[in-house]
Design a protein around this ligand. Structure first.
Ligand code: PMV
Length: 307
């Protein structure tokens, strides 16, 4: 049996603006998806044909020897689906790692696996920026910028979120958004086409708040981090990806800290996971009032691993 596991991710800052060439700041978190391949005929997940196509194409194009044999696949995951935590990216990354090893008997570097996982993600979602698969593959803190379709600058930062910030961070599960990530990216696209100047200004301000967040982490400055979360929230709201439903339920949190959507957001109703930094020190009692499930974030530093 060959088994690989890859983590979920959260976008700390830069969702949507990353599609327009602005940087995004993301982190691996310790929820994982495992893909195991067994050497006998049996179950294959519904989207396996895409993994198969991309991996076989790579091996053939690069004249790498491999043997095709019967197999079955098992997926185990504690990453909620469709909530912006990157479950499909973790599937793409772990499946690529496991299948390429199963076929060729060799291990490949993460860069290669990430490139293939990005191709798979494109088949799933149309035009993803690539931040989801990159964060899942490399783990840790990622500063990402897509310069061109053929050039993505993926920097794995050599520092961590300090305890003074991470001990105050929560993810609130507001429920599965009605719109898909693709719908939301298209919505922002229409907005951009209708009003390019105004939208460009919002995107540039998001870039500033993303950089401010990185600085807050380096300086271990909890207040600056909260300020950048708040700014980011206001700007995402200006872009139109924060629903009134969400604001009605969560705006009271502003008295205690700052919150923002993480991921594509929504126009109506639930917005997937929301990031909250609690400055009051009363996190649990405040979050109970939201009526939503929530949990503390624990970060992942490993990315893709073979088990
Ligand atoms: O909701 P998620 O985790 O799929 O995040 C989407 C992030 C976007 O910037 C909106 C799209 C992308 O491909 O980067």
């Amino acid at each position: 049996m060959i088994s690989f596991s890859a983590p979920a991710k959260i976008i700390l800052s830069g969702e949507h603006s990353v599609v327009y060439g602005k940087p995004a700041f993301a982190a691996g978190i310790d929820k994982r998806l495992r893909v195991s391949i067994f050497g006998r005929k049996g179950f294959l997940p519904s989207q396996w044909s895409i993994v198969e196509k991309v991996v076989l194409e790579y091996l053939s194009d690069n004249k790498i020897k491999f043997t095709k044999k019967s197999f079955s696949v098992r997926i185990e995951s504690d990453i909620p689906k469709g909530r912006g935590l990157g479950s499909s990216a973790a599937f793409a990354v772990a499946s690529t790692g496991a299948y390429i090893k199963f076929l060729s008997g060799r291990s490949f570097d993460k860069q290669t696996i990430n490139n293939l996982a990005y191709k798979i993600e494109k088949e799933f979602h149309g035009r993803p920026s690539g931040i989801d698969n990159s964060t899942s593959c490399f783990g840790g803190l990622i500063f990402f910028r897509k310069e061109f379709e053929f050039l993505k600058v993926i920097s794995r930062l050599n520092f961590k979120i300090p305890d003074s910030i991470s001990n105050r961070l929560y993810l609130i599960d507001t429920g599965k958004p009605k719109e898909s990530t693709k719908d939301m990216v298209e919505f922002v696209g229409r907005r951009f086409n209708k009003n390019p100047l105004k939208t460009r200004i919002i995107l540039s301000e998001i870039e500033r708040s993303t950089k401010q967040m990185v600085v807050s982490v380096v300086k271990e400055d909890q207040r600056l981090f909260a300020e950048s979360v708040k700014k980011n929230h206001l700007l995402l709201d200006k872009l139109g990806v924060v629903s009134d439903w969400l604001k009605r339920r969560l705006s009271f949190l502003e008295k205690y800290g700052a919150y923002k959507i993480t991921g594509a957001g929504s126009r109506k109703g639930p917005a997937g996971f929301v990031l909250f930094i609690d400055l009051s020190g009363e996190g649990d009692s405040i979050l109970k009032k939201t009526g939503f499930k929530y949990f503390r974030i624990s970060f992942d530093n490993r990315g893709l691993v073979e088990l």
